[in-house]
Design a protein around this ligand. Structure first.
Ligand code: HEM
Length: 131
């Protein structure tokens, strides 16, 4: 999957980043209500970093090494909060749902599928590394 395809949709995806982030948390809290407790102190800089993450993922889509590096950083950033492999698994479902909901009608269906596939690959590595 050439990352140039994902880069082409990046402006549209980036425009919708706040919606994706909001829906990601809504879906995660619905699928696993106990994860809400992790955010009692608020979202901190999470939402800003989420936007940066979207750009990095688009640029790294066809580079397993770059995706691996992102997965390692994400696991390290979450380790201090004690996030488990099971919680990452639920988050993966939430992320797919959020991307599909937020981008349908804005981005072509095959491009949304590419994004969700890359996100799945990344989250699967996060699950493996945190297990
Ligand atoms: C698909 C999986 C996930 C993604 C893409 C994601 C994304 C992010 C990002 C980009 C940050 C900011 C990291 C930084 O400051 O460098 C963050 C922080 C955080 N995430 Fe996640 N996350 C995921 C799963 C989870 C799960 C499952 C939980 C809890 C059950 C969680 C709880 C947190 C918390 C507590 C923070 C710190 C918030 C703060 O700045 O105070 N995340 N997440």
């Amino acid at each position: 999957m050439p990352s140039s395809d994902l880069r082409e949709t990046l402006p549209l995806v980036y425009q919708n980043k706040a919606r994706i982030a909001d829906r990601f948390y809504q879906a995660m809290f619905r699928l696993a209500p106990e994860t809400r407790a992790f955010f009692m102190g608020g979202f901190g800089k999470q939402k800003a970093v989420f936007a940066t993450l979207i750009v990095r993922v688009a640029q790294s889509a066809d580079s397993p090494d770059a995706l691996e590096e992102i997965a390692r950083e994400m696991v390290a950033a979450h380790r201090r909060h004690g996030v488990s492999a099971d919680e990452f698994r639920v988050a993966g479902l939430a992320l797919t749902e959020a991307m599909e909901n937020s981008l349908t009608g804005e981005v072509a269906a095959d491009q949304i599928e590419r994004w969700t596939k890359v996100a799945d690959t990344l989250v699967q590595r996060m699950i493996d590394l945190s297990g």
